[in-house]
Design a protein. Sequence first.
Length: 281
Amino acid sequence: MNYNQILKKGANLLKKNKIKNPNLDVELILSKAINRKREEILLNTNNKLKNREIKKFKHFLLRRYQKEPIAYILGYKHFWKHKFFTNRSVLIPRPDTELVIEETLKYLPYDKSKKILDVGTGSGCIVLSLVKERPKSRATAIDISTKAINVAKTNAKLHQLENKINFINIDIDKYKSYNYDLIISNPPYINSIEFNRLDDDIKFHEPKLALSGGFDGFRDLKKIIIKSNKLLKINGKLILEIGDKQKNQCVRILNENKFFINQISKDLSGKERCIISTRLQ
Ligand SMILES: C[S@@+](CC[C@H](N)C(=O)[O-])C[C@H]1O[C@@H](n2cnc3c(N)ncnc32)[C@H](O)[C@@H]1O
């Protein structure tokens, strides 16, 4: 069998199970199975495959057919300007979260050393992207999941940032270290009704701990806002990614906890996605 034939067969199988980007996914899967770049595959479609390559391809294809996200099969995801190791223990970094990076950088001067806390670091994509952009910063990244902290540490090593970020496996409720200039978080914020409506790729494969924000979606957002009032310096910034239709309730909780709202930014689809606020007292 040659590349062209296996790509066609693979895409047809994925289409049968309503996989969203079947052609792109089989190209990526073949690229992983034979350890060659996608571009090389597309330029050499008549090349023949070895039996062991076909076997590998089938194994990865079956995983995708069963709706496992492509980022877990490939073992990586591009986010901001970098590639992050990704496995089933962490949320796959989302393009929407790049807005949070863009907005946060406006509050981190290039030549100053700011103390940053990332709550719910997951793969570490947020904190690592920020520290790459602002090398003088010092950061701590926490997560309640031991496995997620291990993935974040692996990514820190891959990006040679392990000496600049302190990774701690702890619940935000128990965390007691103060005087941060900036706290950033993309917390689990999906409510139980929305959770049940998620695509199978997400619902059955990504960690529920990273997605579900409890019955109303505000369980972790509330915790983080209340705790940030203690962990931040006066005038420190709290930057949160929020879900669809969570803005009003979030603003209310922030105001109740003595935060001033600086800005609310929309993502590419026009949804209010990021709230920047300041601890007043
Ligand atoms: C939506 S994911 C975000 C992951 C990553 N920051 C990103 O943007 O891709 C939320 C993360 O928060 C962590 N988490 C959930 N509850 C937590 C808690 N109480 N304290 C600390 N981390 C928590 C989860 O394990 C998960 O890794």
